[in-house]
Each structure stands twice: as structure tokens, then as C-alpha cells.
Design a protein around this ligand. Sequence first.
Ligand code: SF4
Length: 328
Amino acid sequence: MQRNQSIGYIDAPVPKDLDLKVAVDMLRKAKNAVILAHYYQTGDIQDIADYVGDSLALAQWAAKTKADIIILCGVHFMGETAKILCPDKKVLVPDLNAGCSLADSCPARDFAKFVKQHPDHVVISYVNTTAAVKAMTDVVVTSTNARQIVESFPEDTKIIFGPDRNLGNYINSITGRNMLLWDGACHVHEQFSLEKILNLKKQYPDAEVITHPECKQPIIQVSGFVGSTAALLKHTITSDKKQFIVATESGVIHEMRKKSPDKEFIPAPPNDSTCACNECNFMRLNTIEKLYNCLKFELPEIFVDEEVQKKAIKPIKKMLEISEKLGL
Ligand code: SF4
């Protein structure tokens, strides 16, 4: 084995004739491991996972699993969230380099100063944050429950919302709140081109534009439906429409096509691309080969400082409790 933690993953050779699906399945059972995958993972990883979901679902599954090992096929903060919820379990991510531009846009030290400048504010943080930012948060949200959690506070509550300014603006617009926003963003969701989406609309006049709220306001304004990754998926299943222009990370289209094989899904194009879709380069660092090695060698592992874990678990549990009450 070449344990190359410095590059963030195990690069041991995988035999070419190995049936990875079978091999992963055997290892998973032998080690009592559970594989949780985000919708933005590649299709082969989604197909092999025990559960596929958005950030809220991944946290919910991590919180209740009886497995000894959790393999989080997603990005680093998702692994941290699982570790915070399950400090006694081994939590692995196939490639530790799988970061998040949104989480990176909110360094803990700067956020601490911002919070200190507004001591009378409740701090609501999107799940796409580091453990250290969660540790200074009152309640964590995902895009699935952000609106309801914000609305669970009295109208006159002063709120800091971070780190995504687009999601914050969207929640402000639909709730009439005036939350103080941290100026962060996701490089994938900020990339979508309004012009190219409008051109696609001309090409597919019956298609509905469906959009994640991390996108910019002009994209949201031309959308027929706005929602979290899970909400977008649900909408494509229940809607009578047959064609959708999908303005979020294109990985979710794999599940959309599986759930609705009779419908057509067109990835919304980014401003600057050599391909027609918009992929998160962090999410795509995980591969099926890295997943196999991760399970085999039980590396690389996620660790969270104990003091940080004790603080960060409170706002995450609060989110899970509120979500359960709301039936989310
Ligand atoms: S799509 Fe954006 S928010 Fe999601 S993991 Fe990638 S960089 Fe982060």
C-alpha cells in the first residue's frame, strides 16, 4: 500500500480485472461500514452507496447509523459533520482534498470577528462550513430546511446568516427578513450563465428551469421552481412537465433520470466552460477506485478537535430536531 496522506487519498493500485462493485460490497459487509453519498457524486458511486441524499439526509443517516465505519462520499465538511455527530465512529472520505469553495469563503477567524461585532444576533450557518464555524453557530441549516428554521425565530430576531450570500438573499426575499449576510458563495452555483439559460429556453420552450437557491438572483428570477437538491429531485418526479433545465451541480441528474426515465434533463451551462454542464471539481475528486482503497485501508480518516466537536454538535442537533418536528 502506498499511504499517501500528503496527497489526501490512498493511491494503491487497484487490479484492473477487479469487479469494484462486488469488492466494495464484500468489504462493506465485512467491516460493518455504511456508504453515504451526496447527489453530486459520480453515478457509479451513487449506484454503489447505501444511501444517496443531500446534506440534510446525509447528516440524518449519519446520526442514526449502527455501522462502525461511515464512508462519506462527498466533501470534507460533510465528513466533519458526520464525525461531529458520531465522534466514536471511524469516518472516512475517499479523498481529503474534496473541499468546498463555499466553506472556504468563510474562514473561522474572520467569521468569529464578524460574530463578535454583532453580539445581539443569532447565528445561523449553512451546513457548508467548517467544524470551527459550526462551533460558533446557534443553529445549522441546509437548503432543505433554511426557510423553516429562519421562520422559527420571532420576526424581530436579529440574525447573522452565513456563509452563502445567494441563499441568504433568497431566504430574505421569501421570508421578508433582513438577515445580515456573510459574503460567501459557491463557485459552481455562481457560474450559471443567464444568457445561455435563456437561449436554452428558446431551444426547449416547454422546459422548466429549476434552480438551487445558491444561484444568483437573475437565475432564480427566470426559474419556474427553486429548491434544495432534494426538493429539485422531488419536483421533477411529481411535476407534469417533461423537460427540465437543471441549474445545480449536474451530478443530481443521474438520480433524476433514474427516477423519471421518461423525462428529459438538460444541464444549465456555466459562463465559462468547455463542456455543457456544471460540475463541482471538489465532489468529483472522489472516484470508485479511491472509495475501494478507502474502505480497504480505512484511510483517510476525518478528525475533529474534541472541544470543537462538543460545541459544534449542539447547532447540528438543533437542526435535526427542528427538521424532525417539521417532518423534513
Ligand atoms: S457544489 Fe459548491 S457548495 Fe457544493 S461542495 Fe461544491 S463548492 Fe461546495
